[in-house]
Structure formats: C-alpha cells, structure tokens
Design a protein around this ligand. Structure first.
Ligand code: ZN
Length: 185
C-alpha cells in the first residue's frame, strides 16, 4: 500500500546536521532518515485498475479528478520537530467538495489566494502508522501561489493531530523512518 510513496530528502536535513541514515533497531541495517514522505496519487486512484485509468482518471501533480465528480487535492500536513527549524512533512491527498475544488482552480495563480478561508477535506492517503486515515477530516488551507495547501487534522484527539499540534522529536522522526521501511508492500 506504500508502493507509490517516495522519500524526498531536503537540503535542510544536512543544514541541520541531522544524520542522513541511522542503524535500524529492528533489522540492524542502515535506513535513510527523511523529513518528508509524499504520495504521488490519491488512494482512490491507486485503487483503480489499469484498464480504468484512461477513462476515469484525470491527474496532475497537484490535482486529481475521478469520473468527473470526485475531487482530490495534494497537500502538506506539517509536523513541528523539536530543535529543527523545518517541519516534518506528510505529503498527502485530500478529497474535497466540488465547489472548493473549482474555487481552488480558479484561484490557482491569483496573488493573495492565501487569504481564502480554510475548507473541509477528507484524507485520501493511507498512513498505516496512524491507523485508518482514509476519510480523516482535515482543514485545507490555501497557501501563497506556488505552495501546496496545508492540511490540519480536525479531530484533536487523533494521534496524527496530537503530533501535528504538539510536535515530535528527532527520535520519533527516526522511528517513523523505521516503521515505513518495514511496512509490508
Ligand atoms: Zn530496519
């Protein structure tokens, strides 16, 4: 289920003098440490068969439409990390309503679009570290032109929301890397 997830390492990782790899407590191998994990397509698109793709899917790096009626936006779910300037980033997709999708499209290149109010979305990416995250409700906040929207988990008691609000440690970043390295494909 993580087949499409790619690890992207930011320059800031080295700037912050973090280790780029660490010895895994589960297997003893070296695993890369990353401050960002992202998924290229929403789960709903992963679930389509190859035959269905041409007919049902329209996708760009930031937007996705299925059957002309289900709408998805790629966003960034930021998690502060203690002692590190740059946040940890989950690059994930959220399903959004048609009106908000169209509005987002209309304002895609419009200066000042970050003043748009947040609108609701529902995660469409599986993050097994946090249980079932499909349809987990998020606030979608448009950013300045050129940046993906920021997503905030609405249910404050959800483990992902807790990490997002209170931040995590570098040890936790390492633990996440370890868990992702050992997820069943
Ligand atoms: Zn390992």
């Amino acid at each position: 289920m993580y087949g499409l997830m790619v690890v992207e390492r930011k320059d800031s990782v080295t700037e912050n003098k973090q280790p780029e790899a660490f010895v895994c407590s589960q297997c003893g191998e070296l695993h890369p440490i990353a401050m960002k994990y992202s998924v290229k397509v929403p789960q709903a698109a992963i679930d389509l068969s190859k035959d269905e793709l041409d007919e049902r899917l329209v996708i760009s790096p930031d937007q996705c439409v299925i059957d002309g009626r289900d709408f998805y936006l790629r966003g960034r779910l930021l998690v502060p990390v203690a002692g590190v300037e740059e946040p940890f980033v989950w690059g994930v997709w959220a399903e959004v309503g048609p009106t908000d999708f169209i509005r987002t499209n209309e304002r895609w290149s419009v200066e000042g679009r970050e003043l748009e109010p947040a609108f609701p979305g529902w995660l469409n990416t599986r993050l097994p570290l946090f249980g079932d995250t499909i349809n987990l409700e998020v606030d979608v906040k448009t950013q300045v032109v050129g940046w993906r929207p920021q997503l905030t988990v609405r249910d404050e008691s959800h483990p992902l929301a807790v990490e997002q609000r209170h931040g995590i440690t570098l040890d936790r970043v390492r633990e996440i890397a370890e868990q992702i390295a050992h997820l069943n494909p």
